[in-house]
Design a protein around this ligand. Structure first.
Ligand code: PGA
Length: 244
């Protein structure tokens, strides 16, 4: 696992954005796997700025997102489609027809199957951006006794619902189920790139970076199977997690 320890989260986000820029420079029609949540927002801000300054061109880029809440239309302000539009796509020269976020409404099983197809359609993602949950989840693959290989319907854990309640008016508004990419799709990417910050991630990062074990109780540990997996954390989190 390649681990980059930065001075601060701001630097982590700049480096992640530069890595994405470099993938596109090398392959203008790159396919990016993208993530939502609090962590990637400054990464997307960096990419918007780079795009405005002519440093990166999204005209031929395709994207597929990790997950979506079940029950929210793409126009709902807390849906991940809305998140992607407002935090990135509306501000860069991407063709939105080339962006895919799973549907939150309609038949969930069909929507999961469509996501699986999109992950592999015309080649796998060149880079897959990832956050990490407090419980070690990646996308919505929750910690538990088993993981699921393919895109599927996932019931969110209490810990995830609590963590995501900050984006909603009240906890009861957080959807309890989601469509998520499975472990196969994430590990199929040419380079999974996980960015984390904050004390709430320390235990999960400890499990990911301080030993060679793989456990479904910390889904991020499956990234240890991927030779190109890269993790960016700041020195504050590295210290809390006991990463040298
Ligand atoms: P966060 O979420 O970036 O909002 O902390 C990460 C995740 O749950 O994967």
């Amino acid at each position: 696992m390649k681990v980059i320890i930065t001075d601060n989260y701001q630097e982590s986000c700049r480096i992640a954005a530069e890595m994405i820029r470099d993938v596109i420079a090398e392959k203008p029609n790159a396919k990016l796997g993208l993530a939502t949540g609090g962590t990637p927002v400054p990464i997307y801000k960096n990419l918007i700025k780079m795009n405005q300054q002519g440093e990166v061109d999204f005209a031929s880029v395709h994207t597929v997102n990790l997950d979506e809440y079940i029950g929210l239309e793409g126009s709902h302000p807390q849906s991940y489609r809305y998140f992607m539009d407002t935090n990135l796509f509306d501000h860069i020269n991407i063709n939105k027809a080339n962006t895919y976020v799973a549907k939150g409404t309609g038949n969930p099983a069909d929507n999961a199957a469509e996501l699986e197809q999109k992950v592999f359609e015309n080649g796998v993602p060149d880079l897959q951006l990832l956050g990490i949950g407090n419980n070690g989840h990646i996308a919505f693959n929750e910690a538990g006794n088993h993981l699921v290989a393919v895109s599927h319907i996932e019931t969110l854990t209490e810990s995830t619902i609590e963590a995501n309640a900050r984006f909603f008016d009240k906890k009861e508004d957080v959807p309890t189920t989601s469509i998520t990419m499975g472990m196969r799709g994430i590990l199929a990417a040419k380079m999974p790139l996980l960015v984390a910050t904050g004390a709430s991630k320390a235990e999960a990062i400890r499990g990911l970076l301080t030993n060679d074990e793989i456990t479904t109780q910390n889904p991020s540990t499956f990234l240890k199977l991927h030779p190109q997996a890269t993790v960016i954390i700041d020195k504050e989190l590295a210290q809390l997690a006991g990463v040298q």
